[in-house]
Design a protein around this ligand. Structure first.
Ligand code: BF8
Length: 642
């Protein structure tokens, strides 16, 4: 086991990596090293195992076979593999959305009694969008009708997704003309599997266009439904102060860590952990209370709505256990390393799976059930408390580092804030861009990945360069956690890192220069914000006209690929750190980076150096500003990063 302590950026992770090594506990960084060199065919996307005449592979040097047994070329194989990644990513987000819609419907029927309608206004707004008659109806009746319509969109076969109508009119028309307007959420995902079966779609452009359609069904469908129904049921976030990093774990309280993605369960655990009986039980077991914290996107969800502290991002999941202070880690779906089971065995931690979709061999399973949600949550919290007496105080090693942050920004709230109390509109944001105080807006999102070291640096260095150039940054997912740990989500960060124009706006409104807008499904908030900016006027007619850009500097999951595709498909230039696995086909690469610009008004770029990637985004914004004839920037930053 090598010394990994410098492979992650923040000091808390460095300390926990040393502790993991001392406990002879392997982490993803060790396993990443053991995998080197990684498979070149996989990286280039030229391995096909879609049928049993193969597996086939294309010789990238042109000397060996240039087609599979069926005759599929590198272009076909690469495009098909990418489409399957999009299908998996869209499926993950959308299945989350489906579960939310299902719970929402149970709530409306009175069968999930632990959930209620928390945001009445948003319920009514959504109902109107779905064409539900709201006059004279009770909230429960409205919710029932809305829940049925939202759930039906997953299995919808024809027509268009309702929430796609939130996009600017011109964008919707573009999607129709190109034949990529999603007809239903599941239908497009199923069609990905059909098209990539042996002997169906062999035209890489046709395959990739279906990728756009499927991904749009994620961003403007599955993910957007997840975000919005969660807001109605669990409450729409408002700005909230909290803390982040492994130091949020407590040395004398029971530590329960929620990890995964679906707040439907984690919100209930928050509630259960606050109950007096639970606190009493914790004291009886010798603890001074219960410390709840989160990992990955479920952390972002309970952070945004409840201010629950964040223990860390994706690559800190094992490190949380390595502190020796975690009594229970509760997992549901997505981004849960199977390695957690071994890590937990090195310490006293009880790992608990909760979803019928995600179990691990030899790991305790307490199945979540929406109809008895709080009871299940209590059982889970109790299991955590019961573990406390087994904690070996001598092996506890909690890093002291924490960082403050402000989270809880949404498409609705942040711009109300920008507009001031009496003018809730996007006008001030648009004006800031038009006048040249702000260069534009960037969404920096996505995972962390051991292939970018020190881990987190891809995000932090990119975001620092962006805000230095007066770009307002919005973030989700592990990217948000990475930058929060660096202190970029405090209002004070504006004075330390932001350019003068952005600084003035942050100071006037009292916001950080980097806004946390939630989990990965909450990237839908960014789509809505962009559409609202167009509606406000002065920045063109379509999202692709605006000085905005997206990035996932350390992407890892298939969900990130789906997100990238719907963001680009929505007209936003997007830079990924390491390239998509398309290097085996120049044609596919050209389609993504060049032809998509003609077809959807935006393209992909790949750049591993985060500052160079930020420069690409800034250049793109400058070009869009020039095309819109916006005023020159008021301030230009000094040449180098401070
Ligand atoms: O959905 S950013 S590592 S936790 S996939 Fe996973 Fe990536 Fe984190 Fe959330 Ni998103």
């Amino acid at each position: 086991m090598s010394d990994n302590s410098k492979k992650m950026r923040d000091p808390a992770s460095q300390q926990a990596l040393a502790a993991a090594k001392a406990a002879e506990m392997a982490t993803a960084l060790d396993r990443y090293e053991a995998q080197q060199p990684q498979c070149g065919f996989g990286q280039m996307g030229i391995c096909c195992r879609n049928c049993n005449m193969g597996p086939c592979r294309i010789d990238p040097f042109g000397e060996g076979p240039q087609t599979g047994v069926c005759g599929a070329t590198a272009d076909t194989i690469v495009a098909r593999n990418l489409l399957r990644m999009i299908a998996a990513g869209a499926a993950a987000h959308s299945d989350h959305g489906r579960d939310v819609a299902h719970t929402f419907l149970l709530m409306a029927k009175g069968e999930a009694k632990d959930y209620t309608i928390t945001d009445e206004l948003k319920l009514r707004q959504m109902a109107v969008e779905y064409g539900v008659e709201i006059e004279g109806k009770t909230s429960q009746e409205i919710a029932l009708a809305l829940g049925e319509l939202a759930l039906a969109e997953f299995g919808q076969q024809e027509g268009e997704l309702k929430l796609a109508a939130r996009a600017p009119e011109k964008r919707q028309q573009l999607w129709r003309n190109l034949g990529v307007m999603p007809r239903g959420i599941d239908r497009e995902i199923v069609e990905c599997m059909h098209r990539t079966h042996i002997g169906v779609d062999a035209d890489y452009r046709n395959i990739l266009r279906h990728g756009i359609r499927t991904a749009l069904g994620d961003g403007w469908g599955g993910s957007m439904i997840a975000t919005d129904l969660q807001d109605v049921m669990l409450g729409s976030p408002v700005p909230i102060r909290a803390k982040v990093n492994l130091g949020v774990l407590s040395k004398d309280k029971v530590n329960i860590v929620v990890h995964g993605h679906e707040p439907i369960l984690s919100e209930m655990i928050v509630e259960a952990a606050r109950e007096p009986e639970m606190l009493k039980l914790a004291e009886e077991k010798g603890a001074k209370g219960i410390q709840l914290s989160g990992l990955c996107c479920t952390a972002n969800e309970v952070l945004m709505r409840q201010g629950i502290p964040v223990a860390g991002q994706f690559l800190q999941q094992e490190l949380a256990i390595a502190t020796g202070a975690v009594e229970a880690m509760i997992v549901d779906v997505q981004c849960l390393m199977p390695a957690l089971a071994d890590a937990a065995r090195c310490f006293h931690t009880e790992l608990i799976t909760t979803s019928p979709k995600g179990r691990m061999p030899g790991v305790r399973h307490i199945e979540f059930d929406e109809e008895h949600a709080l009871d299940v949550a209590r059982e889970i919290v109790r299991a955590g408390i019961e573990r406390f007496p087994q904690r070996r105080q001598e092996s506890v090693n909690i890093p002291e580092h924490t960082m403050d942050l402000v989270a809880g920004f949404t498409a609705e709230y942040v711009f109300k804030l920008l507009g001031g109390r009496f003018r809730p509109s996007y006008r001030p944001l648009n004006n800031g861009i038009i006048e040249g105080r702000l260069r534009g807006v960037a969404g920096v999102v996505g995972c962390v990945n051991p292939n970018i070291q020190p881990v987190d640096s891809g995000h932090v260095e990119m975001v620092k360069e962006l805000i230095r150039n007066d770009v307002l940054v919005v973030q989700t997912g592990c990217s948000a956690i990475a930058c929060a740990k660096e202190g970029l989500m405090t209002p004070e960060a504006a004075f330390q890192y932001a350019g003068k124009g952005l600084q003035e706006i942050c100071e006037t409104v009292g916001i950080p220069p980097v806004l946390h807008v939630g989990s990965c499904v909450d990237n839908s908030r960014i789509l809505i914000a962009c559409s609202e900016m167009i509606r406000e006027g002065g920045l063109g007619e379509d999202i692709s006209d605006m000085p905005v850009a997206g990035a996932a500097p350390e992407w890892m999951s298939e969900k990130a690929v789906s997100i990238g595709m719907y963001v680009v498909g929505s007209g936003i230039f997007t830079v990924f750190g390491t390239p998509l696995p398309v290097g085996g086909s120049q044609a596919v690469y050209d389609y993504l980076t060049k032809e998509m610009v003609d077809e959807v008004g935006a393209g992909w770029a790949f750049e591993k150096d985060p500052v160079a990637a930020a420069r690409l985004m800034i250049e793109h914004m400058n070009e869009k500003r020039a095309a819109l004839k916006l005023r020159p920037m008021m301030y230009e930053p000094e040449k180098t990063t401070a």
